[in-house]
Design a protein around this ligand. Structure first.
Ligand code: GLN
Ligand code: ZN
Length: 762
């Protein structure tokens, strides 16, 4: 009988207890041999496949597993090796592979960057005009055979498609694109033919670039590419997989000569459904329906999704033309809820990580095949669990909801204009021209981390710990005064992380024990869960800031993380709008800022390093996002007195798309990263004629190197060619938590000296 199938697009690599990370790091540290490492990795890889099989997934991917990153894997497969790492190897050794990803003593690592709008980072392939792609080793074939021989699984190999691969690569002239593509296509065909000969039925070709707004000539490229591939391997079924958004050019994409199309019905739901309605779905293709959120951690509303799938089933050419899948690879969610033993059951029962999501896909497919009755029990449990969270006190904070309802649509506004505030603040603070400051954190040394461990393990009392933090703060207030910095910070010694610290003190947040996801390489993050109404119940930072301020006559900046960054670095409830969550956090921060003002903290910095990364993929959605972000930031900050100075900080170098939003934040001072990007961003602010306080970083804090006075002077002088000295601040690129004191102190001394010398020249 023709059946609806369940399929997975990609499984997390890291393991339930981060075994993968541990193996990698032990291997890098030469604590285990290469053989031991490979054996451990193989065990993990097979256990993931076995687990998916046990869950009942019909189509299990291979090739999604990686030793670092799947884009790097694809580049290596096709011999796209940066010249500085190319030793002319036929098959690329582990050593070379990891060198590209991490650098080695002779050569810098390849750049990494964010994978679309996720928090996963891929290694950017480097291709020159001279690069001659070749097949180094058909790793997909090896993985396919392994799954077949070891577990009897006929897997679905996954590969990054040629157009996405080239679009994400750098180093070649754009007019070389076609030549490179022409040389890659035969290689794709060869890889796929070998898979076909080994018994593969389907292969999943990921082309997430289709979810971006593409120029029409790029859409035409797809037609040629897939025509060629189809002709090259006519008997292998090709699934063209998209995710993270709707495909823009649905009408064109459904004409491509492939056997199946994967669409995202979570993040691109509305537009994809409309497109199917308007243009129908081709009856000869499979629709892989990404109905289960691959990027968030909530249980799927199974009843609602079941109804959607019934509609989709009616739109395709029969049961054998529909697959139920997550909306993207499950790389972006933790492995299993089963490991969480300490969560509030009301919350835990509403969670679904990778394993649970696959079960959901299996359940839905079963319901479509055997009738809704066959999954009645699952549907009922699902409804009960979701209702319990929805009706819990966590999501029904009347006070917060009342405050939200009272918000108007006009942007909250400071009482005075920037010009007036500038005047008032000049009189209040008496800062020199080109004031110096830092971004907030000072070195998180061994001792600082040990102190946190001592408290956590009960080896220290809270009093002992607090005293330690106060001592650190006092020490660094002295250091800053000695160096001669104008605007001081308390140093953030009490913070493990800039979101977790706030989440732990606000209502509406929860923390998992094992909810890790891969960020890049072996680095994993454990995002907080914003699962209820966010509310401020007690001061978060006032004590630390007020203590620091009591030690000095110089102004000390209060230090908060902004609403958009807190949102973007968390897993967020999906039952209310993004704007509502932004604003709930903003209202909580507003109370904190009020408390800081009351405690006579007169400069308050609200960091938004993640503002840009939440930018939607589609052009037409960007303005709304930025408006919501600006609104929330101003809701939190704009009620303060004119003589309270609001700062913000961002650290990335691409400001072109958000410069207007930054200006609209209406902060008195913004500090941003510039030294690492070698001042590239100055022109953005110049073109915009930015008029408010601004510090362009003069010191790249990512490197242990201590920049010289002259180097920092030259950054400042360059900026001053375009910016008015009356608005210019001197600061590092970002916080100094990863630096050692012996690096940070001399660098800051040089920075202050540079400021003095530049001042003298004005
Ligand atoms: N205030 C924070 C710090 O200095 C800012 C960190 C960030 O921008 N990521 O550490
Ligand atoms: Zn920063």
């Amino acid at each position: 009988m023709a059946k609806v199938l369940s399929a997975n697009l990609g499984y997390p690599r890291i393991g339930e207890k981060r075994e993968w990370k541990k193996a990698l790091e032990q291997f890098w540290a030469a604590k285990i041999s290469k053989d031991e490492f490979l054996e451990t990795i193989r065990g993990l890889r097979l256990s993931y496949l076995r687990k998916q099989k046990e869950i009942g997934v019909d189509l299990i991917p291979v090739g999604d597993f990686s030793l670092y990153d799947h884009v790097l894997d694809t580049a290596v497969l096709f011999g796209l090796i940066p010249e500085r790492f190319d030793k002319g190897e036929k098959e690329i050794s582990l050593e070379t592979y990891f060198s590209i990803a991490r650098g080695n003593k002779d050569a810098e690592a390849s750049e990494m960057t964010k994978w679309f709008d996720t928090n996963y980072h891929y290694i950017v392939p480097e291709i020159s005009n001279e690069t001659k792609p070749r097949i180094t080793e058909n790793r997909l074939l090896t993985l396919f055979n392994e799954a077949k021989q070891e577990l009897g699984i006929t897997a679905k190999p996954v590969i990054v498609g040629p157009v996405t691969l080239l679009k994400l690569s750098k180093g070649y002239d754009r007019n070389h694109f076609q030549t490179l593509l022409d040389s890659l296509i035969p290689l794709y065909i060869q890889v796929l033919s070998e898979l076909k000969n080994a018994g593969a039925e389907w292969v999943q070709i990921d082309e997430p670039i289709l979810a971006k707004t593409l120029p029409s000539e790029d859409v035409a490229v797809f037609q040629d590419v897939y025509q060629a591939i189809k002709e090259g391997v006519p008997d292998l079924k090709l699934l063209l997989q998209t995710y993270f958004e709707a495909v823009d050019d649905y009408e064109e994409v459904i004409k491509l000569p492939v056997d199946g199309l994967g669409l995202d019905f979570v993040y691109g739901k509305k537009a994809n459904l409309e497109a199917i309605k308007a243009f129908a779905f081709p009856q000869d293709k499979v629709l892989a329906a990404g109905v289960i959120d691959g990027r968030n951690i909530w249980k799927n509303n199974l009843a609602a999704t079941f109804a959607e799938l019934e509609t989709l089933l009616a739109a395709v050419g029969g049961r054998d033309k529909l697959w139920v899948t997550p909306s993207s690879s499950l790389l972006h969610v933790p492995v299993t809820v089963a490991s969480e033993k300490e969560l509030d059951p009301v919350l835990k029962n509403a969670l679904s990580f990778a394993d649970q999501k696959l079960s959901e896909a299996v359940t839905l497919a079963k319901g479509l095949n055997e009738g809704k009755d066959s999954i009645e029990v699952q549907l009922e449990k699902n409804r009960v669990d979701l209702d319990a969270l929805q009706q819990s006190a966590h999501r029904n904070n009347k006070e917060v909801q009342k405050e939200l309802n009272h918000l108007g649509s006009d942007l909250p506004t400071r009482p005075g204009s920037y010009k007036l505030r500038q005047q008032i603040q000049e009189d209040a603070f008496h800062l020199p021209l080109l004031p110096t400051t830092t971004i907030g954190s000072f070195p998180q040394t061994q001792e600082v981390r040990q102190a946190r461990r001592n408290l956590r393990r009960g080896e220290w009392t809270k009093e002992q710990y607090d005293q330690f933090i106060r001592n650190e703060t006092a020490k660094w207030i002295n250091i800053q005064e000695d160096i001669g910095i104008d605007v001081l910070v308390h140093g953030e010694f009490e913070r493990n992380d800039m979101v977790e610290y706030f989440g732990e003190k606000l209502a509406g947040f929860a923390f998992t024990r094992f909810g890790w996801v891969q960020s890049y390489g072996s680095r994993c993050v454990k995002p907080p869960l914003i699962f209820g109404d966010v509310a401020w119940t007690a001061p978060l930072t006032v004590e630390e800031s007020a203590y620091a301020q009591s030690l000095t006559r110089k102004p000390v900046k209060g230090m908060l993380t902004g609403p958009v960054t807190i949102y973007n670095w968390s897993f967020v409830r999906n039952d209310i709008s993004q704007a509502d969550v932004f604003n709930q956090i903003a209202l909580a921060l507003r109370k904190e800022i009020h408390a800081l003002e009351e405690a006579d903290i007169r400069m308050i910095q609200v960091d938004e390093p993640a503002l840009r990364e939440g930018l939607p993929l589609k052009e037409e959605k960007k303005a709304n996002y930025l408006h919501r972000a600006v609104y929330a930031f101003r809701l939190a900050t704009s009620f303060v007195n004119n003589d309270t100075q609001i700062h913000t900080h961002m650290c990335y170098s691409e400001f072109d798309e958000i410069i207007e939003a930054i200006d609209a934040l209406d902060t008195d001072v913004i500090s941003i990263e510039a030294a690492r990007s070698h001042g590239e961003i100055i022109s953005t602010f110049e073109d915009f004629k930015y008029k408010k306080g601004i510090g362009l970083g003069v010191y790249d804090i990512h490197s242990p190197r201590i920049p010289s006075v002259d180097e920092m002077k030259s950054y400042a002088e360059r900026a001053l060619q375009v910016l008015d000295p009356k608005i210019f601040w001197i600061n590092p690129d970002c916080g100094l938590k990863t630096r050692r004191p012996e690096e940070a102190i001399p660098a800051l001394k040089n920075m202050v000296e540079a400021a003095q010398e530049v001042r003298a020249e004005l």
